[in-house]
Design a binder for this molecule. Sequence first.
Ligand code: AMP
Ligand code: TRP
Length: 322
Amino acid sequence: MAKAFSGIQPTGQIQLGNYIGALRNWRPDPGSFYCVVDLHSLSQPWDPKELQENTRSTAALLLALGLGQGSHVFLQSHVQEHAELAWILNCIGRMGELGRMTQFKSKGRGHQDASVGLFTYPLLMASDILLYRVEEVPVGEDQKQHVELTRDIAERFNSRFGPVFTVPEPRIAEVGGRVMSLRNPLEKMSKSDPDPNSKILLSDSDEVIAKKIMTAVTDSGREVAYDPKEKPGVSNLLEIASTLSGESVEALAARYRDGGYGAFKRGVAEVVVEALRPLREKVEALLADPEEIDRQLEIGRAAAEREARPMLAEVREAVGLL
Ligand code: AMP
Ligand code: TRP
């Protein structure tokens, strides 16, 4: 049972790719920490009121998944050690390696008005992870590069100042590590996509989910087959249904092969609707009681601080801060 750390930004609403690529693989093991990374959400323009709402609903989702029992759920900004370690790691990370991060290249590079935080963001993420001495970081494919940077930073730090940090491994699901947009299966599904039909939100009603899947872009031809290169749209739906039902993509493809896209999409819609309904209902019940959410986050904060405090003290001493 490896100790894990992972985080999710409360920027916008949580979509199916977050669930399949990340949340579903977060296990409620003792010693594991799951964090709503609200400070990361400040790296791009934000609305304070929306941030508050999204932070609560994201926390409610993690709690509804049972991650507050066994493991711990907390808000990044509640544990000040994250920001302090981030400064120290800002002085360990290098301009060149941060400039190579694909997420920065696609969102920030060349934009004179992008925030500095968007550039240094991976070092705040490294701080999140390294404060908790964890072995594993369960994330979607798009975060692999950031976890690898975290490893490089930890190793550089350890070789210069002594063995302070545990060097973590990324853990990425074999199927579902990269869920694609329903409107363009060559792009990943993303919270920040302005087209509501490109993504399924975990808060979507049964009807809305079904409608979005029925209108998902599929490929030419009419045979249902798993072939991510030639049939990216169909393959994406097959991966979604497979991860949520536990049935292999091959078995699903065989079942729907000659029945046409309509019947196939109805089948996928049913799987997604059934998988998300109980979770949505739990989240709604929790959101009706914000004080209970805050109470549970307070328990998480205390547990996180118990790990983060001594870790940061060790770092401070190692680097020569009095
Ligand atoms: P973010 O939405 O950037 O806060 O991502 C939170 C987690 O969800 C990270 O582990 C991401 O890698 C994962 N994730 C986000 N979008 C997708 C996607 N389309 N497919 C798979 N995983 C994803
Ligand atoms: N950068 C991650 C994302 O955008 C979120 C994140 C922040 C994270 N800190 C983390 C993920 C620590 C894993 C571990 O998805």
